[in-house]
Every structure is written in C-alpha cells, then in structure tokens.
Design a protein around this ligand. Structure first.
Ligand SMILES: Cc1cc2nc3c(=O)[nH]c(=O)nc-3n(C[C@H](O)[C@H](O)[C@H](O)COP(=O)(O)O)c2cc1C
Length: 274
C-alpha cells in the first residue's frame, strides 16, 4: 500500500517526493495537490449562494496591514462580458464561463476613507494592493475547487488595459490583477507538472544551483506531455531538437506583454519610482 499522498505528489511533480516522515492524511490537501485550471465549463448554472460563498471566502484571505486593498467586480451583464471577451478572442472561456469576476488592486479606498492626506500611489501602495488582490483571487480559486467548480485566472486583461479600464469604469489607483472564470468543469482537465522542491524551496539562503534538476524536470514533463510539435515562434528561434518547458517559457517571455500597463498606471496616480 502506498503512503498517503504518494500518488498525488507523483501526479504534481512527476516523481516520488520524500516528505521526510509520515504526514497526516487530509483529503483537502490531496485535492490541492491535484488541483488544475479549468477552461471548459458545463451548462450547469452556478447558484447565486455558491457565488456569494466563494466571494466571502475570497475576502477572508489575509490582507497586508489589514488595509483590505482588494476589490472584485462581478461581470454579470452579458453586454459587459461580451465587450471584455471580444478583446481576447483566442480565449473563448472568458465569454463562455458561467461566471466571470475581475479581481482588482484597490489603492484608492485607503485614500477615500481617510480624513488625512494619504498618498497611496507609491510602489508600496501598488504592491500591497496587488498582493491583496492576488491572495483573494487564489482563495476564490481554492474555495471554488473545494465546492466542485473549476476556475481560470485571466491576466491577459492587462494587455488591453485601456479598453478594460473603460469598460469596467476603473477610477484612479484601481487596476485589474486578473479576471477569474468560474463554472462546473465540463471535463477532467490535466495536472500541470511543477518544478521540484529542489528548485523552488531553498534552505537558509538563496541557492539556484540546481540546474540539473530543471533539466530533469524538462525531461519528465516532456515524457508525460510533449509539446515538441507546438514550438513557439520557430521563425525566430528555429526548431529545437528537444523542446521542453524551459525553452517554451524562455520563448514566451521574449514576447513583451502588458506593455502599456506602466504608462496607464502612471496616468492614474501611481508613481512607482517612490
Ligand atoms: C495570475 C495568473 C494569471 C493567469 N492568466 C491566464 C490567462 O490570461 N489565460 C489563461 O488561459 N490562463 C491563465 N492563467 C492560468 C495559468 O496558465 C495556469 O495556472 C498555469 O498554466 C498552471 O496550470 P494549473 O493552474 O492547472 O496548475 C493564469 C494564472 C495565474 C495564476
């Protein structure tokens, strides 16, 4: 009989993982280890109470200094949703998901509630609001998955920041961190293999010397699910003999994303040099 988590850890990391001892068996942790983004949803409607419960859980996430700088917009109106979906036609799940939320970093509220001249448009204000929104987003994801739903975060909204800002009527010092598609999954989906803890967890001091572990990860991931035939921009980078995660992500990171975002933030009251 296998130890608790053996199957889940192998599914997540593509290899056996030593926990260094016995760990208590917990069904929710198993579910987290097996979690996956879902981009196809069934027609089954999401009850209003479930949406509100997920949002209540999301806003139970911890918050830097208790400043509570996350805000979510429920995009319920079909016309509003269609406008957002039309910006990104290659991601039809934005228009097709039964529910669509947008998680915002909200550096404005702190200024609005204050009787003192608070200026929250510094890098610190921006960063704190971003972290709060990201924590709320991920808590919504885990809450939704716990209730049997699937989710897909949508950060490409920021690649169309002018239009998104207008559609959602975002005021100064409020910016989208990511959208979130929600619905009951139409298919099982697949588990995206993660880098091993040798690479992502360091002890006592920073140490990124585990290059061989990344190479081994590339090979494991390729064995499970090859992307050899989906090479990005071969006209620029050529066709690689071995095309793994590292090469794929390096190529992806070479094409600029969110290029107008810095200017947009600047025009909306942020000065990130301070
Ligand atoms: C902040 C954030 C933004 C993301 N933006 C998008 C997006 O715009 N479109 C999309 O299809 N998936 C998006 N994703 C989903 C990632 O592609 C996905 O999490 C990643 O491939 C790992 O897969 P997994 O979540 O199934 O483990 C985003 C995820 C995060 C955390």
């Amino acid at each position: 009989m296998s130890e608790p988590y053996t199957d889940e850890l192998t599914a997540r990391f593509g290899c056996a993982l030593d926990l260094g001892g016995a760990a208590e068996d917990n069904p929710w942790i198993r579910q987290v280890l097996l979690r996956r983004t879902q981009r196809r949803y069934s027609d089954r409607p999401v009850p209003e109470a479930v949406i509100r419960l997920i949002l209540a859980a999301a806003f139970s996430a911890s918050s830097k200094s208790d400043y509570q700088q996350a805000t979510a917009i429920r995009v319920d109106d079909r016309g509003q949703r269609d406008k957002l979906a039309a910006l990104i036609p290659d991601m039809p799940w934005i228009g097709g998901a039964p529910v669509f939320l947008v998680f915002l970093g909200d550096a404005r509220r702190l200024e609005r509630i204050s009787k003192h001249p608070v200026n929250n448009g510094s890098l610190e204000g921006f960063f704190n609001a971003t972290v709060d929104a990201a924590l709320a987003l991920q808590t919504a994801t885990l809450a939704a998955e716990t209730l049997g739903l699937g989710t897909c975060p949508i950060s490409v909204l920021r690649n169309h920041i002018e239009a998104v800002g207008e559609i959602l009527a975002l005021p100064d010092k409020v910016f989208p961190v990511a959208g979130l598609c929600l619905g009951y999954p139409a298919q099982q989906g697949f588990i995206s293999m993660r880098l091993p803890p040798d690479v992502t967890v360091h002890r006592d001091r920073y140490d990124d010397s585990a290059a061989a572990a990344v190479e081994a990860y590339d090979r494991r991931r390729d064995t499970r699910h090859s992307i050899k035939d989906r090479q990005k921009s071969p006209e620029l980078f050529g066709t690689a003999e071995f095309y793994g995660w590292s090469e794929d992500k390096a190529r992806q990171a070479m094409s600029p994303e969110g290029t107008g975002f810095a200017e947009w933030l600047k025009a909306r009251g942020f000065d990130l040099s301070k």
